[in-house]
Design a protein around this ligand. Structure first.
Ligand code: NAI
Length: 271
């Protein structure tokens, strides 16, 4: 295993809700690899309290911020900069939520106010975090910004409803801002398209279990775990990936490029 990949690097990690969260695992890995960072989540998520245990473990603080509020993001950056004593080398956007999915609305029965909320929380907040970072000039040169996506941005997964559109927007924002931040400050911006993962956001999606098992049976390497995703994120924050930008990077055990597997074919034999 590599050692100190993120030594001396400073950053922000959003989205650690509980120990299953991809962001939670990322915080532990980043700490293990020598990074210093601040944790943040929506004020409402603080009530669960678990994030304070993570902060203790990572020897850091939690700064509440609603990622849809530019004022909250400004405050987050100012306080994090003061606490860490410098600008940031990395930002993880690990945020997703759809009221339509939560309330079981189908794609043909969307509540549009809720759909706007899904896009704002899950995609536009990525733009907001980068726009405020640019305006407040809080990124170091050769910094790295990562958002988390899902393959429903490219292929249809009927139960993913408005989150599919949110993820398509998220990936588009990574390209648009990746170009801009690359020119401005040599900062790279990418999305990682992760396998279905058993987290609060993941398991909230209708039919999650069967589709988790399907993806596992299709992928030659099996589903990628949250911990493996955390390791990939850490590599994307490290100096070994400095020229990778504006990409949507599949971290899915090979799912995205597999048409069918023997395991799936076996299940359809003699139907
Ligand atoms: P999670 O439920 O642990 O994390 C989602 C986080 O978003 C929570 O910490 C929640 O408090 C935060 N959040 C919601 N609204 C917010 C707001 N207004 N401001 C700030 N934070 C807010 O679940 P998970 O799976 O770790 O999700 C992280 C990211 O990974 C999300 O973007 C999700 O869509 C993505 N992803 C998840 C997959 C899965 O199957 N679990 C697959 C592919 C991508």
């Amino acid at each position: 295993m590599p050692d100190n990949l993120l030594k001396g690097k400073l950053g922000i990690i959003t989205g650690a809700l509980d120990e299953n969260s991809i962001a939670w695992k990322t915080a532990l890995k980043a700490k293990e690899q020598g990074a210093r960072f601040v944790l943040t989540n929506a004020p409402i998520a603080m009530r669960m309290g678990a994030i304070n245990d993570l902060a203790k473990e990572c020897d850091t603080i939690v700064i509440p911020a609603d990622a849809t509020s530019t004022e909250d993001i400004e405050k987050l950056y100012a306080e994090a900069k003061e606490y860490l004593g410098g600008n940031f080398d990395f930002i993880l956007h690990s945020i997703g939520m759809s009221p339509n999915i939560r309330k079981g609305r189908s794609y043909g029965d969307l509540n549009y106010d809720w759909a706007m909320k899904s896009y704002d929380v899950s995609a536009v907040s990525f733009h907001k975090m980068m726009q405020v970072a640019e305006q407040k000039d809080v990124m170091n040169e050769w910094g790295s910004i990562v958002g988390l996506s899902y393959i429903a941005a490219q292929q249809v997964f009927p139960f993913y409803t408005d989150m599919a559109d949110a993820k398509a927007l998220l990936e588009s924002i990574a390209r648009g801002y990746g170009y801009r931040f690359g020119k401005l400050k040599k900062v790279r911006v990418n999305t990682i398209s992760q396998s279905p993962t058993k987290t609060t956001a993941g398991t909230g999606i209708g039919g999650f279990d069967s589709f988790y098992n399907f993806a596992d049976a299709l992928s030659p390497l099996g589903n990628a775990s949250a911990e493996a995703c955390a390791e990939y994120i850490v590599t994307m924050f490290s100096d070994y990936t400095r020229l990778v930008t504006m990409q949507n990077l599949f971290h899915d055990g090979g799912y995205s490029f597999t048409g069918v597997s023997e395991e799936i074919m076996e299940k359809f034999k003699d139907l």
